[in-house]
Design a protein around this ligand. Sequence first.
Ligand code: HEM
Length: 235
Amino acid sequence: MTSAHIINEPSLATRINEADRHRAHVRLWLGIVLLVLFALVLVGGATRLTESGLSITQWKPIHGVIPPLSAQEWDEEFALYQKIPQYQQINQGMTVDQFKTIFWWEWAHRLLARTIGLVFALPLAFFWLSGRIEKRLKLPLVGILALGGFQGFIGWWMVSSGLVNRTDVSQYRLATHLVIACLIFASCMWIMRGLSPHAGDAAPTKSSKKWPRSSPSWRLSRFTSVRLWRALMPA
Ligand code: HEM
């Protein structure tokens, strides 16, 4: 062994340790993103089940963070809701207190959506600039960020479909919203699991396209798709 090899050995070990530590940081970050996403999906579902989705009739990406703070502001917000068909045809006679309940669901959903934007974008910038993100993960992570922004747009596009002529949101736009939510969740999970110490494959690569038919995930996916297909198709 040459002296150059001996000198290089510790630096190689240090580099490997550092790469492992970086992977652990990125994994932890994606784990937190997934937790917030899970909460967001739950609140989104609750927003739908409580029929609260049309309570906020405006799209204010920044100022919308602040809810009505005085009785007068609540009256103004309620007055906007009273103009839409859902109030006029279904919720006539609703009180301001009842309105507040549906408002808070939708507001919490939008607030969590903004929060996830920050929880994703800020650490991404930090990890990127500090060289903690592997080259092959950069594009998938930027893709998820873009998908998140697109989801915000789809959210409003969906809400806008229920403000005129309808008393609920378009089912097609809702389905688009749900599919994108699933895509964001699945991609974060995929990348996080790919970074685990036992995984050899961190990002979608040529080899990760091969999905062995014997694997439990393939079987589960096939079982679910077949069941879903049978449930949706007329007999
Ligand atoms: C990453 C961001 C987001 C995710 C992951 C997400 C996810 C979801 C999910 C899973 C649902 C339940 C869908 C269902 O029951 O089929 C939902 C509902 C809903 N989301 Fe989002 N959402 C996000 C952002 C937004 C934004 C920014 C808005 C508004 C501008 C929005 C507006 C709504 C509304 C109004 C509903 C209820 C629809 C109804 O009235 O039936 N979402 N969301």
